[in-house]
Design a protein. Structure first.
Length: 194
């Protein structure tokens, strides 16, 4: 079966141009979506689930399939593995059923892999810089330093853990875990035997 997929990012944009291009090539069914590339593309995901070996997916431009070339190329690779033909109307030479088209797809895949490696490296550098400047990474902490100090003082005064935890809007388990984690940090790295 021959499926078309058309997507625009906002309601102000029109699907008309993509719709007419897909109609000209004789799609049996066209799936349309108005969503930002940042959000989940529910209709595309549903269409991808329906595609089988021998089906053809047609889009007007490669960027309709993903937020980046890398994402589009990953999807293209998945389609190839499943035996689904991809046709990009704006890139007629990207016919992955031909050797030349497959070469272009392989080059795009290599560029996407390079892009992912560079992204991971920038991410690693950003995390290292954040750590070295003392910024907290991960989920926001449930209790700040002052609250922890107050909680310790209340517990030292024999207030029950559930009462103290409730006062700071956390569970007793979270309070215990927070105190234990801070105690571990204060103790420093554990020393191994001689």
């Amino acid at each position: 079966m021959r499926y078309g997929y058309a997507r625009v990012s906002t309601d102000e944009q029109s699907l008309a141009r993509q719709r007419s291009a897909l109609a000209l090539v004789g799609c049996d069914q066209v799936v349309e979506e108005v969503e930002s590339g940042v959000k989940a593309r529910r209709r595309l995901d549903g269409l991808l689930e329906r595609l089988h070996d021998g089906d053809e997916l047609i889009v007007s431009e490669l960027d309709r399939l993903g937020r980046s070339t890398g994402e589009a190329v990953l999807l293209m690779d998945e389609l190839i593995k499943r035996g689904v033909q991809l046709r990009v109307l704006a890139l007629p030479s990207l016919d992955i059923a031909t050797n030349d088209g497959r070469l272009i797809a392989d080059i795009l895949a290599s560029l996407a892999a390079h892009e992912r490696r560079r992204l991971r490296e920038r991410q690693r550098q950003g995390i290292a810089a954040a750590r070295s400047s003392g910024r907290h990474l991960g989920r926001p902490q449930k209790m700040n330093g002052q609250q922890v100090s107050e909680a310790r003082a209340r517990l030292a005064a024999d207030e029950p853990i559930p009462v103290v935890a409730r006062a700071y809007g956390v569970t007793p388990k979270t309070l215990r875990a927070t105190l234990a984690r801070l105690d571990e940090r204060a103790a420093g790295p554990a020393r191994r035997g001689p």
